[in-house]
Write a protein that binds this ligand. Structure first.
Ligand code: ADP
Ligand code: GLC
Length: 468
């Protein structure tokens, strides 16, 4: 069975968040299964990876976007070092950028990617068994496959749409129709949602089946999906919740090259402290106090706007009995607030930016990982934290509620129902109390490390879905 994963991100080529981690790992695990050949197709980016690896041109052609004729090249990475074949679609001016997102003309960028992929497959007469589309950036593929005469060769190909984040739907004005490949106009309703072209809605309508990255998140979409609630209810028959796994080759405290001191569950209690000491020293924090960490995008869905108040109030309320470290970037107001607090409180440190190495060091050093998310379709941070013996302190939502159970119900994490400042601080104070009872804390560290979030089980579920 041949599966083509279509995505704007893939670790380690280009990463903004968890989408990259999933697309960089799932195909690798799928390729370990019998008779599965999974590949990744993504846009070309001007990033270190493309200069450090050798590519060959496997296709050269043209697509039309309105009046513009765009050159499309498909580049294949020659060595398969990632555990799967990697194809990158290059279109000068649109798909040769520094980053996946953040451009004014993103709609053109993503349209060109989807069109470029389908044009290549059609021209080369490649008919995969499954086109697996990730998020709205590839959400028009199921429609195009079925209703654009140009891609008639691909008609009938099964399409899976995975919703990693329903907050982003890629809505476009209907004017954009002039830049799409020609399609059967009687089918326009399959593109529309409330008067806009909505790629995520179109994906749900047109794909063979769609998945969310946890079961809990799928349930939530019925009641809160930025206007698509009724659609997901109507299409429930082809909806599946499949929890993400983690790449245990990359995220392994025993071998992780980004850590100062590697460890296993046998010596974690000693060695984790060494990592913590080093990190605390670098950031001017007291290593004897419990260390709470936050890693992530500064966005309201992550509850990052609550952090400044959580930081100063928790430090005050506990009379400085805890430390907090924050790594992230995003909303500039939050960035500025955090920088300000960095000067005021000795118990708080922040590093603004995207730093893969530092994130690994923090998972390995912190005692607790804070995730006050308002929306969390799956969340990978809590799983990385647990594998590194760090106790997750998380809101009860989406994938977090599927993966973290509170200690009061036999789990090994700390939950709060509502992501508000008071509830978060209450959970932190519960954490502080546990930290102060050495045996209880040690038990918690060890029980977190026992969780098995490896990809195998979920990869099986995807395979069963493809076969179905
Ligand atoms: P999302 O994709 O919504 O941002 P996930 O929990 O699925 O959330 O995945 C986030 C991924 O991005 C994790 O691998 C996390 O370690 C990483 N990450 C987020 N922010 C940063 C940062 N500032 N520096 C390094 N890694 C980060
Ligand atoms: C999205 C979600 C996150 C999920 C990730 C990978 O970015 O916000 O919760 O873990 O995709 O599926």
């Amino acid at each position: 069975m041949t599966i083509y994963h279509l995505s704007t991100e893939c670790y380690p080529v280009a990463k903004v968040g968890g989408l990259a981690d999933v697309v960089g790992a799932l195909p690798k695990y799928q390729n370990k299964m019998k008779d599965v050949d999974a590949k990744v197709v993504m846009p070309w980016y001007n990033k270190a990876f493309v200069y450090d690896h050798e590519f060959e041109v496997v296709f050269d052609g043209f697509i039309h976007q309105g009046q513009n004729m765009l050159q499309v090249q498909v580049m294949k990475e020659k060595t398969n070092t990632l555990g799967f074949e990697l194809f990158m679609v290059k279109i000068p001016g649109l798909l040769d950028r520094e980053n996946p997102y953040g451009y004014q003309d993103e709609s053109f960028q993503f349209l060109a990617f989807q069109q470029g992929v389908l044009h290549w497959l059609t021209a080369m007469k490649i008919r995969p068994d499954v086109l697996h589309c990730h998020d709205y950036h590839t959400g028009l593929v199921p429609f195009m496959v079925e209703h654009c005469p140009e891609f008639a060769f691909l008609r009938g190909t099964k399409t899976i749409g995975t919703i990693h984040n329903g907050e982003y739907q890629g809505m476009m004005h209907w004017d954009m129709i002039h830049f799409m490949p020609a399609f059967d106009h009687y089918k326009w309703g399959l593109l529309d949602w409330n008067g806009f072209i909505n790629p995520l809605a179109s994906m749900i309508k047109c794909c063979s089946a769609f998945t969310t990255v946890s079961e809990g998140y799928l349930e939530e979409l019925f009641v809160s999906f930025k206007g698509l609630e009724s659609l997901v209810r109507d299409e429930f028959g082809k909806a599946y919740g499949i929890i993400n796994g983690i790449d245990t080759d990359v995220w392994n405290p025993q071998t992780d090259p980004m850590l100062d001191f590697n460890y296993t569950s046998k010596n974690v209690l000693k060695i984790k402290k060494k990592n913590k000491h080093k990190l605390c020293k670098e950031y001017g924090l007291n290593p004897d106090l419990p260390l709470f960490a936050f890693i992530g995008r500064f966005a309201t869905e992550k509850g990052a706007d609550l952090l400044p108040e959580v930081i100063w109030r928790s430090i005050k309320q506990t009379y400085g009995a805890l430390n907090i470290i924050v790594l992230g970037s995003g909303n500039s107001y939050i960035e500025d607030k955090l920088k300000e607090l960095n000067y005021v409180y000795a118990n708080f440190a922040t590093d603004i930016g995207y730093k893969e190495h530092l994130s690994h060091k923090i998972y390995a050093s912190a005692d607790f990982l804070l995730m006050p998310s308002r929306v969390e379709p799956c969340g990978l941070n809590q799983m990385y934290a647990m594998r590194y013996g760090t106790v997750p302190v998380v809101s009860y939502t989406g994938g977090l509620r599927d993966t973290v159970k509170d200690i009061s119900t036999g789990g090994s994490g700390l939950n709060f129902t509502y992501p508000g400042v008071d509830d978060i601080i209450h959970a932190m104070i519960r954490g502080l109390a546990i930290f102060n009872q050495k045996q209880a804390m040690d038990d918690l560290v060890l029980s977190n490390m026992k969780f098995d979030f490896a990809w195998e089980k979920s990869a099986e579920k995807y395979l069963a879905l493809y076969k179905n």
